[in-house]
Design a binder for this molecule. Structure first.
Ligand SMILES: [Zn+2]
Length: 150
């Protein structure tokens, strides 16, 4: 099933942890609708701008999968509103800066990026209709900081 022209449901629900621990990671209709909105409003424009495939490292996570990977069950991943991603060949700071400046989103987090190592870490981005806070954070050394690379 396609969520949008370049993104499939399969890549959003794939999880090595879910497979290894036999955790049900199937989304419901509302969660699928949320993933489609994230794809249409954020991921497709991002892919079009850089003209390169985006790798989704973590998309949807059921509450049980959230617990298994140590994330909150309140995570936007559990609603289908968030994805962790990178674009192979493009610096994560460049990608995050483009999202911050040019795309609609609710929350953007540059996670575990190490300055001077362009492909280190990954990008978390979320989208929710009616809540586009444009909250921008960097997560490093187990701490959240306001903005990108403050
Ligand atoms: Zn995330």
């Amino acid at each position: 099933m396609q969520l949008s022209p370049h993104f499939s449901l399969a890549e959003f629900i794939a999880s090595a942890t879910a497979a290894a621990q036999n955790i049900d990671n199937r989304p419901d209709v509302a969660q699928i609708a949320a993933m489609k909105r994230l794809c249409v409003h954020v991921l497709e424009p991002l892919r079009a701008h850089f003209a390169k495939p985006i790798r989704i490292t973590s998309g949807f996570r059921s509450p049980r999968l959230c617990l298994a990977v140590g994330s909150s069950t309140d995570s936007q991943h559990a609603r289908g509103e968030a994805a962790d991603l990178e674009i192979p060949g493009i610096d994560n700071v460049t990608v995050a800066t483009f999202i911050r400046d040019r795309l609609p989103f609710d929350q953007l987090i540059l996670e575990n990026h190490v300055r001077g190592i362009p492909d280190s870490g990954w990008i978390h981005v979320s989208y929710r209709d009616g809540r586009l806070r444009k909250d921008v954070l960097t997560y490093a050394r187990r701490t959240y900081f306001k903005g990108l690379l403050p």
